[in-house]
Design a protein around this ligand. Structure first.
Ligand code: SF4
Length: 87
């Protein structure tokens, strides 16, 4: 596990990253080049839509900017889950 990332043993076996991740630095990954394999493999719904050509890069970047600026609220959580959760 990279320095700065906290993982715990899962009851069902394996490990999981404690969230919010201890390596998160603002909106950036504090260990990006050494991030865990699960982080490297994760494809959020927005990235999947971008890779499938369903949205363009300007639209995807606008969604990211909106996510970074939105104040904490239940609506923001729904927005984040929709765009950055798994498809
Ligand atoms: S990609 Fe995110 S979850 Fe993974 S180590 Fe970096 S900050 Fe943590």
């Amino acid at each position: 596990m990279p320095p700065g990332v906290t993982a715990r043993a899962a009851a069902a076996g394996g490990r999981y990253l404690v969230q919010p991740c201890t390596a998160l630095a603002g909106a950036d990954c504090g260990c990006y080049l050494a991030r865990p394999l699960a982080c490297r493999r994760y494809r959020c719904a927005l990235l999947a839509a971008l890779e499938a050509g369903e949205v363009g890069l300007p639209e995807a970047l606008a969604v990211v900017a909106q996510a970074r600026q939105a104040p904490a609220s239940p609506a923001r959580e729904d927005f984040l889950t929709f765009h950055f959760g798994r498809r």
